[in-house]
Design a protein around this ligand. Sequence first.
Ligand SMILES: [Zn+2]
Length: 333
Amino acid sequence: MCSRANGCLRSCTGLWGYNVGHSSQEQELSKILVETPVQDDTKTANDLSPIQAQRSWDRQAEDNVVDRLERIGLMAPRGEVDKVLETVVNNLEVTNNIDVDPEVRCRVMMTSTLESFTVGHTVVLSRGLIDVLPDEASLATMIAHELGHVVLGHRLDSSYAFFDQLLIDDKETFRHFGFARTPDEERAANTRAMQILNNSPYKNQLGNAGLFLAALTTREKEIPNLISPHLGDRVPVIGDLRSSMPVDQKQNPQAIVALPIGGRVKLDSWNDKLDLIKSKPVGTVAEREKMPFEVTPFMPYLMRYGTETSKPIAASAAAPSDPKTGEAAPGKP
Ligand SMILES: [Zn+2]
């Protein structure tokens, strides 16, 4: 990743995937399973209707793709960040009476390019995108767009359900997979996203999302690589949102319109696990301390490699987060 700030170039190369755990599927043959007595439920209604069969076929394709991306270290293993994203999905679904089957899941792609896409009913946001979003409402805006694709039934190529479609060289991954949508689909998803957001609990907090998109548009010439997606679509520019932003927020000097790369998601390069950074509030932020779309200076934090129980005493660790109040949610910059 790299960024240009005040004429000087700052860059940072991140390596990860030293010991990527091998993903869940395809290992069934090597597992020893002791068979337990099976209750045969064929008398109850568990045959698949044609629609259900189609859905489970699509889900198979989706699982295969996600699994493949995880095995080569492009997709983070399931973790805490996914759950935060899924909470936002749930907030949007409940308030809009959206009931999709199979349920919508979220995953994080490891790259720092700002992009998002859906693989079937799996919403994927890049690590870089989650980093730079200023608050939970802006995160909801990105997710609402992807949820729009899901609700509108924009599908994944179901031939990925055949395993041989995934037997590719790792280096070919970016060329083989492509989840970008057509301009028509993008427009439709933006319109649907606006409807979803206007019914959601975030409807009065969308000012920052508007400012974020405006800031991104202003900076896009300076950060061409950062905004060019590898697999999905670039950050959707939802026009209605920019026009609806309140005037007073434009002048608030404390408003942070975008965070730096590496400002939110913490990466364990050993096993690719992602977590949200928990730090103490920093107080008043000076103008030059804001680093929208820039690179966070990297401070290595060393700890002993050992058992899970020997947790280091992190200087930056805040009080344990309460999942109910959403303390861990990326809503509090
Ligand atoms: Zn899209």
